[in-house]
Design a protein. Sequence first.
Length: 386
Amino acid sequence: MSSDEKLYCSIAMGGWAEIGHTGEPLDTPNANGDVSPCCPGWLRDDNGETGYVFGNVYTDKWDKVWNSNRAIKFRESILDGSFKYCNETLCPHLQNVHSNPNVGSIETAPYVRKMKDIELLYKERGEHHRNIIDNKLTKLDFSPDLIKMDYDRSCNISCPSCRIELVTPRGKELEKIEKIQDSVVEVIRNGTRKLYITGTGDPFGSATFRKFLVDFKEEDFPSVKTIRLHTNGVKWTKELWKKMSGIHNLVTDAEVSMDAATEKTYNVVRRGGDWNQLMENLKFIPKEIEWFGISMVVQDLNYKEIPMFIELRDRLVKESGNKSIYVYFSKITNWDTFTEEEFNKRAVWKSEHPEHEDFVKILNENVKKEYWQERFMGTNMVDLLV
Ligand code: SF4
Ligand code: SF4
């Protein structure tokens, strides 16, 4: 590979820290301080196993983890262009390498650039990357730009596609989560700009995250500029939101995973949820959040509701006046919560599923690529679109 074609990933070089997520939800302990440079599902270790961990922030001090031997080895693999711990078939950023300058918000700029386009990356992702490359820095003296807070799996509901039972850590587990949280808060105070809460549980259903968000004051975290919330939305009530006034200016992006357009289906796929409360909450949430979206994990039980789900999005646009509301459809995955037989029944995206043809027809009629831009639509089932 010529040196011009060599790649550089800004996420790997201090862009992110993903804390507590193993990439396999069912294998993730309820309280976990493992630190990875990005989504563990996109990474592979020396032994070929999924994931790459720098260290653990529960057992070690942050500085030791962030600049551990494993972190240094990982960063070397980026600087030498081998990307040997990255799985190019799964990392979306490696699949999105192009030479075009970014258009739109700076937050959407590519994280990975070829060396011939590196001046663009410096402009879009920060001049400090010039220093990293020029001086081959593998030890970093700044906090990650983005922290994904995945160290608490607590959730107020238990979707069968995600877990077998309710996860509500108590006692020693809760103490562990709080200790991890204390360390993470210190890291955030030292310069993190973006928070993502959360990819493993619920920001309002978790006692630890809820308290963090209620107590949050901008003056205590001057570097934090945005917070993304990923939630089932049930506990995001008007009353609780009022108590979180310190984050109102910062939450510019939120996704409510709903998985259904009717109460009947919702009660099955979102076990323990409260449809009426969610509908009540959706009367105000889209007005508050600039980039708001609803999402559906598509399965045999809900695929016929895809058109209604899009109508629900359109209704929310109309009622809230927020034209940027997006809708996202994703493929169901078996995180070992289903037996093989159960999963095959759910996985309507599989060509051998008896309703596959019907599903593909509905998907193609409603999630057409030409609608994406205009109606803020997306899916990871692009391979099924004709
Ligand atoms: S290239 Fe992808 S997998 Fe590798 S560090 Fe960057 S984001 Fe992670
Ligand atoms: S709402 Fe999200 S975190 Fe909670 S059980 Fe469902 S899928 Fe899992």
